[in-house]
Design a protein around this ligand. Structure first.
Ligand code: ADP
Ligand code: MG
Length: 289
């Protein structure tokens, strides 16, 4: 590279860093809840970039909170243990044995992996499940599903304490009912409820599609920006399918409850979080109150 080209290249890099300054100022001290998708986290190289981004967010003074799913990992462990996964309306039928497997996969494996990958870049991640310190209380969703819960209450105190210590909570979405029975809970719903309970500034869903489509299957129907009203109409249109429904629903609840902004981002894009938070680049779908 010529000296001129090298300087130009360096100048561009400096400009990108300078562009981040107003965003760093805006979000310092703000809580950002990130739902890390079961599919978006399967690629180890992307998982490492995700971990870097979350640590960087913490280091510039933001308060990231990670909530993860793990549907594919639960199914894989079930098969290894000789149990065939079964679904009703897209929801996993969860008998007593399955709830044990859910715990092993989400708390014992996926949570440890996310915590481990974050801590390779800076020792800030603290893993916990909804069973810890009363974090997630649930009630049964449908008797046909067994131990699948709907969130009835989030007790955010444990998260607030971890955040106050400038650490990064990483939440596995197992909840408990009033009798202490464990349940599997949809991670999108938990992320929305936690964002609401913490009064988060932003709620981000990292998933495996470009964003929310008005008509899934029609590439031209990607929605770059919308609001709560728009999401409501979208749900009523019936064009939102399995997988996206709990995101749109919990996003709507969070926005109505005071969370300022939500994003559905493509977790397959390297550094999706950095692009969203620190550059003018708009990616995925942004939803404002
Ligand atoms: P995650 O692990 O991120 O929760 P899911 O598979 O549960 O992943 O949800 C994302 C999926 O939702 C997409 O891969 C896509 O197949 C599906 N989907 C259904 N309707 C829509 C829509 N209208 N816009 C975008 N994705 C949709
Ligand atoms: Mg999902």
């Amino acid at each position: 590279m010529s000296e001129d080209a090298r300087l130009r290249d360096a100048g561009e890099k400096a400009a990108i860093l300078a562009e981040a300054l107003p965003y760093i100022r805006e979000f310092a001290g703000r809580t950002i809840v990130i739902k890390y998708g079961g599919h978006a986290m399967e690629d180890p190289a992307l998982a490492d970039l995700f971990a870097q981004d979350v640590v960087l967010m913490r280091l510039v003074g933001m308060n990231p909170v990670v909530v993860h799913g793990g549907g594919p990992q639960i199914s894989e462990l079930m098969r290894r243990l000789g149990k065939e996964p079964e679904f009703v309306d897209g929801l996993r039928v969860t008998d007593a044995e399955t709830v044990d497997i859910v715990r092993m996969a989400l708390v014992g494996k996926v949570n440890r992996e996310v915590v481990g990958s974050v801590n390779r870049h800076g020792s800030y991640a603290v893993g916990l499940s909804g069973e810890d310190a009363g974090l997630i209380t649930v009630e049964p969703r449908d008797p046909r599903l067994g131990f699948v819960g709907n969130v009835v209450e989030i007790a955010p105190a444990i998260l607030e304490r971890i955040i106050r210590e400038e650490l990064i909570p990483v939440v596995a979405t197992v909840g408990v009912d009033n009798d202490g029975q464990a349940y599997n809970v949809n991670a999108d719903a938990v992320a929305g409820a936690i964002a609401l309970a913490l009064g988060a500034e932003k709620l981000v869903y990292l998933t495996d599609v470009t964003g929310i489509y008005a008509d899934f299957g029609d590439e031209g129907s990607l929605i770059p920006q919308t609001d709560a009203e728009g999401l409501e109409q979208l749900l009523e249109s019936g064009k939102v399918g399995e997988g996206m429904i709990p995101k749109v629903q919990s996003c709507l609840d969070a926005l109505r409850g005071g969370v300022h902004r939500a994003h559905v981002l493509d977790g397959r894009i390297p550094h999706a979080l950095l692009l969203e938070f620190f550059t003018r680049e708009g990616i995925g779908t942004m939803v404002e109150q």
